[in-house]
Design a binder for this molecule. Structure first.
Ligand code: UFG
Length: 369
């Protein structure tokens, strides 16, 4: 019998890719999502329960409904800038609702949790690349709420034996290869993330993208980030979960490529991949942004055997470009409803989705030391 895994926030960007990876690896996927920022047409893998983490009764119902072996928790608001202007939204949803989930997991005897944390918990780097033992002094409410959850998880672990894997993402980007027909990718409303915004500036006549800050202490003055393909993130979650199900203790892991790219380099990469010019305008710094965030993921490599398969920025941007073109196509065809009506786990040709196992491109990118 397939092991049942609850994917909280499985209708979102990273959660839907994890649901796809779990489905392809032979797990029974149950998605719990309130669709506040997730998408009904991303519910292509496993079953779906519409509910809110703040609603304890709804959580009880879903946890009583089967033999759930592990929970992957992706449901969170994610905009660093918004967390500065509206911190209550982040503490209520990302922290308080997670407490609800942990108490429900404890009461229903679900002993394994994989939590989406972030490199934003480190704050301004004292050394690079960031390792998991780097001091955690977040500089925005988004990072502080995520760090508070990390502490809660450790306390629940000591008190109740809950096993938890804390996954500290660097910048998730890209989409499942279009060839899989999975039709999932990055679709936030409003979109605030760099790669989709630069792609849209390239694709739309008259479009442009603002660069937030040109006076950071970096070579070209713009922020540097470590972009990691969403399918690589998803695979790390499956590996971490299997490690816990095999009885290994919990852990905290950085998930990044260890490769830093400035905002300007991302713009150049988009121009190269699309063959289209990108108009930029220079804006002041965005509140809450750290200048450089690049990770050392060697612990994930040694503990999980995780090796990113889509590490090259051009590959990441290429998959995001394919996804943006699909989005345009869907908009024109107005087929969101039709996509949602397809049988779960199959594409429009009725073929079962597989999880990508392609080899990575050459790692010829600049490595930050
Ligand atoms: N940026 C711009 N212009 C834009 C959008 C972004 O210059 O229009 C810059 C930002 O200032 C930043 C970089 O591009 O330097 C990346 O910004 P994103 O908004 O794409 O991503 P963030 O780094 O702010 O945040 C993301 C996730 C967080 C996660 C973080 C880890 O949204 O959840 O990565 O670095 F914590």
């Amino acid at each position: 019998m397939k092991k049942q895994i609850l994917v909280v926030g499985g209708a979102g960007y990273i959660g839907s890719h994890a649901a796809m990876a779990l489905d392809a690896a032979g797990y029974d996927v149950l998605v719990f999502d309130n669709l506040s920022t997730g998408h009904a047409d991303f519910l292509r893998f496993g079953r779906f329960e519409n509910g809110d983490l703040a609603d304890r009764a709804a959580l009880d119902r879903v946890l009583e409904s089967g033999d759930i072996r592990a929970i992957m928790h992706f449901a969170a608001f994610i905009n660093v800038g918004e967390s500065v202007s509206n911190p209550g939204k982040y503490y209520r949803n990302n922290l308080a609702s997670t407490l609800n989930l942990l108490e429900a997991a404890r009461d229903h005897g679900v002993g394994n949790i994989i939590f989406s944390s972030t490199c934003a918990t480190y704050g301004t780097p004292q050394s690079l690349p960031l390792r998991e033992d780097h001091p955690q002094h977040p500089i925005n409410p988004y990072g502080r709420a995520k760090l508070a959850v990390e502490w809660m998880l450790r306390d629940f672990s000591s008190a109740y034996g809950l096993r938890c894997c804390i996954m500290r993402y660097f910048n998730a980007a890209g989409a499942a290869p279009a060839s899989l027909g999975a039709r999932i990718g990055e679709r936030h409303d409003p979109e605030t993330h760099l790669i989709p915004l630069v792609l849209r500036a390239a694709m739309h006549p008259g479009g442009k993208v603002g660069i937030f800050g040109t006076d950071y202490p970096t070579e070209d003055g713009t922020c540097i980030r470590d972009y990691i393909h969403v399918c690589d993130l998803a695979e790390a979650h499956v590996l971490a979960m299997e490690r816990m199900l095999a009885g290994e203790p919990g852990t905290a892991l950085n998930l990044g490529n260890g490769l830093g790219y400035s905002v300007r380099e991302v713009v150049e990469c988009v121009q190269e991949v699309t063959g289209l010019p990108v108009r930029v305008e220079y804006n002041p710094r965005r509140p809450g942004d750290a200048g450089i965030l690049v990770g050392d993921a060697s612990r994930a490599a040694s503990e999980l055997g995780w090796r990113p398969k889509f590490a090259d920025l051009k590959t990441i941007v290429g998959s995001a470009y394919d996804w943006e073109k699909q989005l345009e196509h869907f908009k024109v065809e107005n087929t969101y409803g039709r996509a949602g009506a397809e049988k779960c786990g199959e594409n429009s040709e009725g073929k079962k989705h597989g999880f990508p196992r392609a080899a990575s491109g050459p790692r010829n990118d600049r490595k930050l030391s």
